[in-house]
Design a protein around this ligand. Structure first.
Ligand code: NAD
Length: 478
């Protein structure tokens, strides 16, 4: 795996070396990689184009078996993958191993998709005719991923693409490429033919542009600003797109909520995995009657977390994943204070036993729905509380933000839950559950500008990873 780029079945070394550091300990280098040239990225795209027709026509059972084998290898190596993930991204070890197991499940699910029936047969309006609607691979898929799920995200994109007979070129985030390299090794070992899966590392724009220009479809997960840039680029070549972007997810807590449960799901959504989940809870919209008790309990939970090195057994909250994000988080809290937020817990840097990017989970109170801190994604362990009078105001506040990824409500009233579920403009809604922690067999995604195009996961994957063909057959003439 020299150079750690994988193009047309070969490991390729690029000209620009780079290293990753452990966010739990900035004195520890985790991996050494190289970035390839635009020419190499073009070679990867060309290899994918050459390999796709044979993969699309590959024996169905054999294709499913390869994906299942990949799932088994990932499962068998979950500890190793989880350890690398924890060292490179900063999730605690159980979170890292859990993410690896999730990646295995995605391959397992996709293997089932290979053999599930595809296509429909219709009667025709014309005598002697019938109509077939079939699915065909979309072709060459470009997959671009962010740093916060280094193995699960590449896996669900790649597994879905391969299941439907597409070839793939993957570009992971340069902050966390290690797990993508392990994935490439696993796919090679599982028997994915040369050229069907390729891995390239490079700067986002330069590498991304070549990928978008040369691909038939782009599956992208990252920030909304980057999403707008790639969408504009894709428009030039009319490359099919699906984008999973930023969020500013709200959890509504009503007076009739079970307080223990509300605190449990709110703290989980806001702070677990260091708040670095696109579906994490950043806004807590709380009705007046329960507000003070809720805030008091939440502040206690925030202060009780053991923040520290991702590999220490007692750590509950690992470090922020990189220096840039760490600085942005601290600035976010400072800006919120400047606009009037009070800090009920955390929000500052924490000393650890190592030189890591540790931050105390923050609870901001006394904020208003229209403030900057409730309009911009922080992507850190920071949640702000907005007090409201009733469900109507809560619904209004929840929807009064451009992001529309996920939302939730804590209530014991089915009527209130159903009103919120219907009124929420988010792509995903949870009731008495954290806004994060979603399942792979169903569609995942938000409405613009939190998402764009068909969903990529579960039952929705076929819509993105295939093109449909409608055929009219005149049997009378045969
Ligand atoms: P990012 O947008 O900075 O980068 C994402 C990827 O895009 C990286 O691989 C990067 O190198 C690449 N990139 C950058 N510029 C590019 C360009 N011009 N063309 C093509 N590719 C380019 O995001 P990030 O900081 O890595 O991740 C955090 C963001 O991802 C947050 O906003 C978070 O909400 C979002 N996210 C969304 C979901 C979801 O499902 N909606 C899931 C995870 C993360």
């Amino acid at each position: 795996m020299k150079g750690a780029n994988y193009i047309d079945g070969r490991w390729v070394e690029g000209a620009v070396p780079f290293e990753t550091v452990n966010p739990s300990d900035l004195d520890e280098t985790v991996g050494s990689y190289t970035k390839v040239s635009e020419e190499d990225v073009r070679a990867a795209m060309a290899a994918a184009r050459r390999a796709q027709p044979a993969w699309g026509a590959f024996n169905m059972q054999a294709r499913a078996d390869i994906l299942l084998k990949a799932a088994e290898i990932i499962k068998a190596r979950a500890q190793d993958i989880g350890l690398l993930l924890s060292r490179e991204e900063g999730k605690t070890l159980p979170e890292g191993v859990g993410e690896a197991l999730r990646a295995a499940q995605c391959f397992q699910y996709a293997a089932g998709d290979v053999v599930r029936a595809q296509g429909e047969w219709y009667n025709s309006m014309r005598d002697g005719f019938n109509v077939l609607v079939t699915r065909e691979p979309v072709g060459v898929v470009a997959a671009i991923t962010p740093w916060n799920f280094p193995i699960a995200l590449p896996s669900w994109k790649v597994a879905g693409a391969l299941a439907y007979g597409n070839s793939v070129v993957l570009k992971p985030s340069s902050f966390v490429p290690g797990c993508a390299v392990m994935l490439a090794q696993i796919l090679e070992e599982a028997g994915v033919p040369a050229g069907v899966f390729n891995l390239v590392m490079g700067d986002g724009r330069a590498t991304g542009n070549v990928m978008i220009d040369e691909a038939d479809a782009l599956t992208f997960t990252g920030g909304t600003a980057t999403g707008r840039t790639v969408l504009a680029r894709a428009a030039e070549t009319m490359t099919k797109c699906q984008l999973e972007l930023g969020g500013k997810n709200a959890l509504v807590v009503l007076d009739d909520a079970d307080l223990d449960l509300a605190v449990d799901i709110a703290s989980n959504g806001a702070w677990i995995q260091t708040g670095q989940r696109c579906t994490g809870t950043e806004r807590l919209i709380v009705t007046r009657g329960i507000h003070d008790a809720f805030v008091e309990r939440m502040a206690k939970v925030a202060a009780s977390y053991r923040v520290g090195h991702a590999l220490d057994a007692d750590t509950q909250i690992g470090p922020v994943a990189n220096v840039q994000q760490f600085n942005e988080n601290l600035q976010f809290v400072a800006d919120a204070k400047a606009e009037g937020a009070q800090v009920a817990a955390g929000g500052g840097a924490v000393e650890g036993r190592t030189r890591g990017l540790f931050m105390a989970p923050a609870l901001l109170i006394g904020t208003k729905a229209g403030w900057r801190c409730n309009q911009h994604e922080s992507f850190g362990p920071i949640a702000s509380v907005i007090m409201v009078d009733d469900l109507d105001e809560a619904i209004h506040a929840a929807n009064a933000c451009q992001y529309k990824l996920s939302s939730g409500i804590a209530t014991t009233s089915l009527k209130n839950a159903e009103r919120f579920r219907k009124a929420s403009q988010a792509g995903m809604v949870t009731v008495n559950a954290p806004t994060a922690g979603l399942e792979y067999h169903v569609p995942l995604g938000g409405r613009a500008p939190s998402g764009y195009g068909p969903r990529e996961t579960g039952t929705a994957a076929a819509d993105f990873f295939t093109e449909s063909k409608t055929s009219y057959i005149n049997h009378g003439a045969i």
